[in-house]
Design a protein around this ligand. Sequence first.
Ligand SMILES: Cc1ncc(COP(=O)(O)O)c(C=O)c1O
Length: 435
Amino acid sequence: MTNDRRIFLKQAATLAGAFSVNSLFNQVHAADWQKASQKVKHLTDGEVAADEDFWRVIQQSYTVNPGIINLNNGGVSPSPLVVQQAVERFNQLANEGPSYFMWRILDQGREPLREKLANLAGTLPDEIAVNRNATESLNTIILGLDLKSGDEVIGTKQDYPHMIQAYQQRAMREGIVYKQISLDLPIEDDEQIVKAYAGAITPKTKLLHVTHMINWVGQIMPVQKICDMAHAKGIEVLVDGAHSFGLLDFKIPDLHCDYFGTSLHKFLSAPIGSGMMWVKKEKIEKIWPLPSSGQPHSSDIRKFEELGTRSFPIEQGIGEAVNFHEGIGSKRKEERIRYLKDYWASKVQRIPKVKLHTSLNPKYSCAICGVSINGMTPAELDTALFDKYKIHTVGIVWENISCVRVTPHVYTTLPDLDKLVNAIGEIASKTKPRL
Ligand SMILES: Cc1ncc(COP(=O)(O)O)c(C=O)c1O
């Protein structure tokens, strides 16, 4: 049986999704959401993105603090109430007798959860490992690949620090050669990016590291084209999908990569401290697990889940986050979050002294957008936005990038983005530009 056929059969068997009667999501949201969906069923996903009545229903599912406007969902995202309640319910159960309720009862939920995540990711369940964050997933691959002294890995200076450090640690300890290209973002040309990687490849290159959506400014990378180029030269590709999974509407096999790691507590809104790793079936055997396993060369993905005692309630809460996500729909969610980003960014780019650091071409960005005001450092702008307007963002200074990162999520309202636009306008008007 082919992999595609197996995936199809598994997906058909996993129909107990968002609206299955026994999900908490179904008990809490199904009636309201189905009513809201009914009203927009004649619209395209792009049109639904601008339908405030529909999104009001989704916004009400979160419990965000009204005292601040949280626009740093790129750092970590809140979970909707239904996910928080699931975690609390599982936590109470666990504390009724941890070794029994965690290891014999909640433990039973891991295989259905694996199927659910595999269904969302478009992969085989046996290729999915559940863990605690993207750092853990990606470090497992980076430190678990059998690379020897002189073998080369190519990444970018704009990758995430924990991944850069993992390669640097291997370079220090084992003599692998870690090379970084530097991207001058934003870039609206796939070939330019593919060529930059290709130009750094030598006969010793064994692996490319690609960040699907670059966290600093939200650049979406042409992952599939990079993978095809690399594979034609016999080189593997590891994808950091911390920001793309649960945000962009794609399936992991669409990327053509070999390994993929992500957090689930960003755009999927899963409980804080949850992550997922995907390894192509035939490659599982050769990756060493990070916390040790009695069978490190097993081809069973579960060898990566020997993490010791950890929070099973958090892990089991992931299932309700997937229900919530599927209740909205992947494409609809991507379109809405891109709409929110474009809503504020297209307005502020017209303000004198204001500069965007992210492309507004939908192919190259979603959710995250960098902004700066001539005459202010990122830290100054971040502080000014919070002190007077209670708008929470994050100042970024990393390699050739210097801006404030703004990241809305599905619960963000247009009036809150209007406040952001107004705040940037007021701050810019009072700032003396640097010549
Ligand atoms: C691109 C990228 N990769 C990996 C990570 C690490 O994620 P986590 O903190 O969930 O391990 C982040 C966190 O922001 C990130 O932006």
